[in-house]
Design a protein. Structure first.
Length: 165
């Protein structure tokens, strides 16, 4: 009999929950933990715990796990500092994440190319070297503070701002 991928779980707790649900309904399944493979990137960028079922049981298994998937989607975020569930989303008028990432890339790559390939540009001076070095430093500093621009939740209790996917 052929097997079919039912879903990929991001952690073992979620995978155990799904497997127990399938087992109680007499559906045979097996799990494959892709994160334990020693070959980097063997399963693509999104590794996890894959749960497989037989093709004949796929539709029944899918209908059984739909409530679990919906419940997982409705889980409210919590504050990573104090654990409170009094968290509200921050609504941005504009998303600056992409623009700031591109600025960091520009501030690091352009001066880096200038410093690495001086013959191609045809000039080299102390002032231009200092400006290029300053741009690289600002680019790295901005890159490390970029997480402040990407926050999308704030805690009502302690005021911590954080990012949740």
């Amino acid at each position: 009999m052929r097997e079919k991928l039912l879903l990929k779980c991001e952690n073992s707790i979620y995978a155990d929950e799904v497997e127990n649900l399938l087992r109680t309904n007499s559906i045979a399944s097996h799990r494959h933990d892709e994160s334990q493979d020693t070959r980097t990137g063997a399963y693509g960028p999104l590794t996890g715990i894959a749960i497989y079922v037989f093709e004949k049981d796929y539709d029944k298994a899918r209908s059984l796990i739909c409530p679990v998937l919906e419940e997982r989607a409705e889980v409210r975020p919590f504050c990573p500092r104090c654990g409170s569930e009094e968290v509200r989303p921050i609504v941005h008028r504009h998303s600056y994440g992409t623009m700031m990432s591109m600025l960091c890339l520009f501030l690091i790559l352009i001066p880096g190319l200038y410093l690495a390939l001086p013959v191609k540009f045809g000039f080299r001076s102390l002032v231009a070297n200092c400006i290029a070095l300053a741009m690289v430093v600002v680019g790295f500093a901005l890159m490390f503070t970029l997480k402040r621009f990407l926050v999308n939740y704030v805690c009502g209790k302690c005021g911590k701002k954080f990012h949740r996917c």
